[in-house]
Design a protein around this ligand. Structure first.
Ligand code: KG4
Ligand code: ZN
Length: 336
């Protein structure tokens, strides 16, 4: 038959996730075991702790995923797995489990780049059409990726220092918020105003690159200075000001890229794509300036790391015969 069933495994950071995806765009199950509670007291992800949790969770997640999907192992067509970028020890758990499962069940193995996975989360909303541009904003990446066709990826702009999510998390730490702080800052921002007017680095430069470390420093200096003179700053205004700077720069550059490139679709994906301020601002700007452009936001629940997006990308790679053998290894700094 024409149907394909892929078991997809993701373990690049602090989520162990296993999904069963049908035909690349139907989620039969998507089990996500998060370890955030174990990392929070350290203020960030501790790689060694992450690996241990993945080891504990991986086989449970595989079993649950098959059970929830009501799929038998023998009906699967392939196993897809994230092999990079990410934490090497965390990636290795998923890669080893995928190899063992594929070998034991005589299934082909599909190696998936985590960032391609994030982009392909958009498939669960509607088909991706090409040429397409993806705005990828996550904890480790902030980049604009041009896709002439479904398996071609060209970075046209990226951050020169911190990723957007990283800036959110660092600023959150200074505000005393729990890791990861993106969602909490997003919520606070909606109760405040942009009263601080933090810098908007590189906004008017003639390229598609980003920089968030200056904004982060300006934010930290403002908070420390207030501490020294015992001045109480509004957390909501701090959050709103920070978020407005991030959103302004990202929206400006992305819209300019859309105007300059001949594309049919813009995709917003990655953990920070869950940001309400960013989603709303892009919606508004695109309907104002580029009304014909199809703008697809990854579903809220699939912005963060998950197995389903790996299955969606895996199905595409399978059609391009991009299989791996048992020598597949984790590649922590994998690029497109
Ligand atoms: O894609 P992701 O789950 O993991 C990586 O591949 O990095 O992204 C995680 C990042 C974290 O930095 C987190 O703070 C951020 O996404 N994040 C958000 C929001 N939700 C998650 N940032 C801003 N606003 C949000 N609503
Ligand atoms: Zn991610």
């Amino acid at each position: 038959d024409q149907n394909s069933l892929i078991l997809a495994i993701e373990s690049s950071c602090d989520e162990t996730s296993v999904a069963v995806v049908k035909n690349g765009d139907i989620i039969l199950s998507n089990i996500i075991a998060t370890q955030i509670n174990s990392h929070q007291r350290f203020g960030g992800v501790v790689p060694e702790v992450a690996s241990r949790h993945h080891i504990e969770q991986i086989t449970i997640c595989i079993d649950q995923s098959l059970k929830q999907a009501d799929v038998d192992k023998k009906d699967l067509d392939a196993v897809a797995v994230t092999y990079g970028p990410g934490l090497v020890g965390a990636l290795l758990v998923g890669v080893s489990a995928a190899k063992a499962f594929a070998y034991a069940n005589n299934l082909p193995l599909i190696p998936v780049n985590h960032m391609i996975g994030h982009i392909y989360a958009a498939r669960f909303v509607k088909p991706i059409v090409f040429p397409s541009l993806a705005l990828l904003v996550s904890g480790g990446h902030t980049e604009l990726v041009y896709m002439p066709s479904e398996n071609e990826f060209k970075i046209i702009g990226e951050t020169r220092d911190d990723a957007a999510g990283e800036a959110y998390d660092k600023v959150g730490r200074v505000m005393g918020l729990k890791y990861p702080a993106g969602k909490a800052i997003d919520e606070l921002a909606h109760e405040g105003q942009d009263t601080f007017h933090f810098p908007r680095a590189m906004e008017h430069e003639d390229n598609f690159d980003f920089s968030f470390s200056g904004l982060k420093s300006a934010f930290i200096n403002t908070v420390h200075h207030a501490d020294q003179i015992n001045e109480e700053l509004s957390k909501a205004d701090l959050a709103a000001s920070f978020q407005q700077s991030v959103v302004d720069v990202i929206v400006d550059k992305t819209v300019r890229a859309c105007e300059q490139l001949d594309i049919k679709q813009l995709i917003l994906a990655g953990g920070v794509a869950a940001n309400r301020g960013l989603r709303d601002a892009l919606d508004a700007k695109i309907s104002e300036k580029l009304d014909d452009l199809d703008f697809v936001k990854a579903p809220l629940k699939l912005c963060g790391d998950n197995g389903a997006m790996i299955g969606a990308a895996g199905e595409m790679l399978m059609r391009h015969d991009q299989f791996a053998d048992m020598t597949l290894n984790a590649d922590p700094s994998l690029e497109f």
